[in-house]
Design a protein around this ligand. Structure first.
Ligand code: BDR
Ligand code: CA
Length: 324
C-alpha cells in the first residue's frame, strides 16, 4: 500500500495527477481548474475514455480544452473506446452531439499522443516514485480498470484515486438507481473499488450541491477572458438539461469537485465507509451500495463525500478560472 506522502513534501510540491476524462462540459471545467492551479497540481497527462460521447469526440474535446487553458502543452492519450463487457451508453441528451455543445471551440492543433492511455497510466505509475501519483477519473472507469487488470503491481503505487461517480442519498441520474459514470461500466468500477488503493469518491450527494446560479455564471462571464466566457457558456448549456429535469436552480458541476478537493479538501466532508458496486441486477445495475450508516461489518474502502461548502467551491473556481 502506498504510504501517505510526507506533509512537508506535499506542501512544497504540487500533487502529480493524471486526469482520466470524457469531456463533457463539467469535465472541461475540471481540466481548466487543474491547469489554472500549478502551485497545487501538476498534470502529468490527460487520458480519455468513451463516456459522455464516443472516444473520437472525447479525445478531440480534451485537446481543445487543454489548448484553451493556454498553460503549455499537456499530453493527451486516447484510451478504451467501449466498456469492459457492455455496449457503450452515451449522454448526448445532456452534453449535446459533440459532448461539448455550447460555444464554438477551435479545432485543436496539438496532436494526440500515439501511446495508448492505459499504457501511459501503467508506465507513469511504474516510473514515478511509489505513492506520488494520484489518478483523477471523471468518466467511466474503463481505462483505470484495464490498467489495474493488466498491471496489478501498480495498485500499491497509487497515491490516491479521487473520482466522480456514484450516489447514496441522491441514488441515480441515468437510471433510478445508478449514476452515469458507474452505470456505463460497472465491471470496471467494481475492479477499481476493490483494488486496495486509497479511494476518494465525489458522488451526486456532493455534486448536486455544486449548483450554478445566475450570479455564479455571471462571475465567469464578467471576467472578460475567453476562458471565463467559455465556462459561462458551457454552464448555460449544461444548465438547461438539469433545470428541466430537477426543476431546481442550476446545473451541478460534478467533475470540478474532484479537482477542488485536491486543492481545498476542507470544503468537503464525508465518511470512510464500505462501497460496493452492483454488477448483476438489471434493475439496479451500477448502483454504489454505500454503507453510510455502518450497518455491515464490510471493510471500509472509500472516503465517500456527503457535503460541500458550495460558496467556497465557487469562490475557488472563480478565482482560478480568472487566472487563465
Ligand atoms: C457524470 O456523468 C457525466 O455526464 C458528467 O461528466 C459527470 O462525470 C455525472 O453523473
Ligand atoms: Ca465526466
Amino acid at each position: 500500500m502506498a504510504q501517505p506522502v510526507n506533509q512537508d513534501e506535499q506542501m512544497s510540491h504540487p500533487r502529480k495527477i493524471i486526469i482520466d476524462c470524457d469531456p463533457g462540459q463539467d469535465d472541461a471545467i475540471a481540466l481548466l481548474l487543474a491547469l489554472a492551479s500549478p502551485e497545487d497540481i501538476s498534470v502529468l497527462g490527460v487520458t480519455v475514455v468513451a463516456g459522455n460521447v464516443p472516444l473520437h469526440l472525447t479525445e478531440r474535446n480534451a485537446r481543445a480544452v487543454c489548448e484553451l487553458a493556454g498553460t503549455g502543452p499537456i499530453p493527451v492519450f486516447a484510451g478504451c473506446d467501449a466498456p469492459l463487457q457492455r455496449k457503450l451508453v452515451t449522454a448526448e441528451h445532456v452534453h449535446g452531439a459533440t459532448g461539448l455543445d455550447g460555444p464554438p471551440l477551435p479545432e485543436p492543433q496539438q496532436p494526440l499522443e500515439t501511446t495508448h492511455a492505459v499504457d501511459f497510466i501503467i508506465e507513469t505509475l511504474r516510473r514515478e516514485p511509489s505513492g506520488t501519483v494520484t489518478l483523477c477519473p471523471l468518466g467511466p472507469l474503463t481505462n483505470i480498470a484495464t490498467a489495474l487488470r493488466r498491471a496489478p503491481d501498480i495498485a500499491p503505487r497509487i497515491q490516491e484515486i479521487v473520482l466522480m461517480g456514484g450516489a447514496y442519498f441522491e441514488v441515480g441520474n441515468i437510471t433510478p438507481a445508478a449514476e452515469f459514470n458507474i452505470y456505463v461500466d460497472p465491471e470496471a468500477a467494481d475492479i477499481v473499488f476493490r483494488c486496495g488503493a486509497p479511494l476518494v469518491v465525489m458522488p451526486l450527494d456532493v455534486t448536486h450541491k455544486a449548483l450554478t446560479s445566475p450570479s455564479r455564471i455571471r462571475a465567469f462571464r464578467n471576467m472578460g477572458t475567453t476562458a471565463g466566457q467559455m465556462v459561462a457558456e458551457w454552464a448555460d448549456f449544461f444548465e438547461r438539461f438539469d433545470i428541466a429535469k430537477y426543476g431546481g436552480n442550476g446545473a451541478p458541476l460534478h467533475d470540478p469537485c474532484v479537482i477542488a478537493w485536491l486543492i481545498r479538501p476542507d470544503l468537503f466532508t464525508g465518511r470512510h465507509i464500505n462501497v460496493e458496486i452492483e454488477t448483476r441486477s438489471e434493475l439496479t445495475l451500477g448502483m454504489t451500495v454505500a454503507d453510510w450508516w455502518g450497518v455491515t461489518d464490510r471493510t471500509p474502502n472509500a472516503l465517500f463525500m456527503g457535503h460541500l461548502d458550495a460558496d467556497g467551491f465557487f469562490a475557488l473556481l472563480t478565482e482560478r478560472i480568472a487566472r487563465l
